[in-house]
Design a protein around this ligand. Structure first.
Ligand code: URA
Length: 240
């Protein structure tokens, strides 16, 4: 790519202005002053400085809220050729990654972004970002069994906790609950109910921090607005 074009892409100035800067000897490529306008650079390899300051392509930060349907994997690629959540997004201006994971059979709210810093923080137990689930199970767990979720229940490789549990209804041999977790262990909700002998029949994540599904239908997605991103960032400022 031509040097002045690259500079303009990096947001240094307009292409005309960048050409002037080059002629004035203010631009270096790998430490050498370049005053020729035809010079080419490889943005991946060459280090370009303007007035001594390195420049780089600013990647636009993208935040996507997807209603993941059941029957999709939350990985970028699947070795078993099952459909991936990425296939629902169409082409995006930048590469985005899922923040955490929902099981193949779980539906609901999934956040995807290229903001690695925020993604790491959202997943870190230190910040205890709330995840709310609607869950239907086989059987009728007792109050004392459900209380175990709050105090901590052994799920094999860890003691798992729910932050809140609310009973919703029972019908035939099924019961339904709302569950709020501040942790995010692998298959945590399923394993918590398995631990009390009530396998999960249906699971939907309805909230992630301040984000809710709203009017989205399974398979639909939208970009977060500025305010949602701001609030999400706020959640990861204070440690629990
Ligand atoms: N807990 C589970 O068991 N599965 C999910 O997909 C999310 C939380």
């Amino acid at each position: 790519m031509r040097l002045q074009k690259y500079m303009a892409h990096c947001g240094v100035a307009s292409r005309r202005k960048c050409e002037e800067m080059i002629k004035q000897g203010r631009v270096t490529v790998n430490g050498q002053v370049v005053t020729q306008l035809g010079a080419k650079v490889d943005p991946q390899k060459d280090e370009v400085r303007v007035d001594g300051k390195p420049i780089s392509l600013e990647e636009k930060q993208v935040y996507i809220l997807l209603y993941k349907p059941r029957g999709y994997v939350t990985t970028v690629r699947d070795t078993h050729k099952r459909p991936t959540v990425m296939s629902l997004l169409g082409s995006q201006p930048v590469r985005v990654y899922p923040v955490g994971r929902l099981d193949f059979d779980t539906e609901g709210l999934l956040l995807l972004t290229n903001d690695g810093e925020l993604a790491n923080r959202l997943m870190h137990p230190r910040y205890g970002v709330e995840k709310e689930y609607y869950v239907e199970v086989e059987g009728h767990p007792s109050k004392s069994q459900i209380q175990k979720f709050i105090h901590g229940i052994d799920i094999g490789d860890a003691i798992a906790h729910a932050h809140k549990v609310r009973f919703l209804w029972r019908k035939g041999n099924s019961s339904a609950f709302k569950l709020v977790l501040k942790e995010g262990r692998n298959r945590q909700v399923r394993r918590m109910f398995e631990a009390i002998g009530c396998p999960v029949k249906f699971l939907r994540r309805e909230r992630f921090g301040n984000l809710v599904l709203g009017s989205l239908k399974p398979g639909e997605w939208r970009y977060l607005d500025e305010d949602e991103v701001k609030q999400l960032k706020k959640l990861t400022e204070a440690e629990i």
